[in-house]
Write a protein that binds this ligand. Structure first.
Ligand code: F6R
Length: 242
């Protein structure tokens, strides 16, 4: 694991964007594993800016997102498809037909998950996976549990995740209770992983992820076993690591 400390969120975002930009520059047909949430928003903004300045080309890039709420349509402004369109895809020259997000409207969860795994297989796996970190150590929506789930699966979101995500919804009842998420094995098969963490509120969990035991109770701790992980985190998030 390589850990880079940045001054603040802005600097974290710029450094993360540089890693993604070099990936896309060196391998123009990269498969990017993408995340939603507040953490990567600044990174995506920076990528958009560099694209607008003519420094980046996404025309041959494919993307697969980590997760999607079960039951939300792509048009729902809280769906992760909507988030990705709004925060990145609508502003760069990526071919939207090659941007994949689990199908939140597929009611049959076995079908939804199998189809998503087939897509990831078909595109040849992930070159660079971007991850944010949940307050409970989740990556994607792989919530703390007594085992690591391997492939795409349907999860019941924990109360802490519902609590953390309710800020995006009008009422807490509107937060979906389930999601489809890429599994841990799929994430771990990515050639390179970029974990982004910002803010004091994540300092303890980031400490546990990096310094604690590898356990499905802290799903991101599995990243200790991956040969090519870059952590970019700000000073506040790294404040509990000596
Ligand atoms: C989002 C995702 C989640 C978030 C995590 C952190 O696609 O998979 O694991 O990365 O919940 O969210 P933020 O960045 O909002 O703190």
């Amino acid at each position: 694991m390589k850990i880079y400390k940045t001054r603040d969120y802005e600097a974290m975002s710029k450094k993360a964007a540089s890693v993604i930009a070099s990936q896309v520059t060196l391998k123009t047909d990269s498969v990017l594993g993408l995340a939603t949430g507040s953490t990567p928003v600044g990174t995506y903004k920076q990528l958009i800016q560099w694209y607008q300045e003519g420094l980046l080309d996404f025309s041959d890039v494919t993307s697969v997102n980590l997760d999607e709420y079960r039951g939300l349509s792509p048009e729902n402004d809280q769906s992760y498809r909507y988030f990705m369109n709004h925060n990145l895809f609508d502003h760069v020259n990526i071919d939207k037909n090659r941007t994949y997000v689990p199908d939140g409207l597929e009611k049959d969860s076995e079908v939804a998950c199998r189809k998503y795994d087939e897509i990831i297989e078909r595109v040849g796996g992930i070159d660079l996976q971007i991850l944010g970190l949940g307050h409970n150590g989740h990556i994607g929506f792989n919530e703390p549990s007594d085992c690591f789930e391997k492939t795409t699966h349907c999860v019941d979101l924990t109360e802490s995740t519902i609590e953390a995500n309710k800020r995006f919804f009008e009422k807490e009842e509107d937060v979906p209770r389930q999601a489809y998420t890429m599994g841990i094995q799929t994430i771990m098969k990515a050639k390179m992983i970029l974990l982004l963490v910002s803010g004091e509120g994540k300092a303890q969990i980031l400490h546990d992820v990096i310094c604690g035991p590898v356990t499905p109770n802290v799903p991101a701790s599995i990243l200790q076993m991956h040969p090519n992980v870059i952590v970019i985190a700000d000073e506040a998030a790294l404040s509990k690591i000596k």
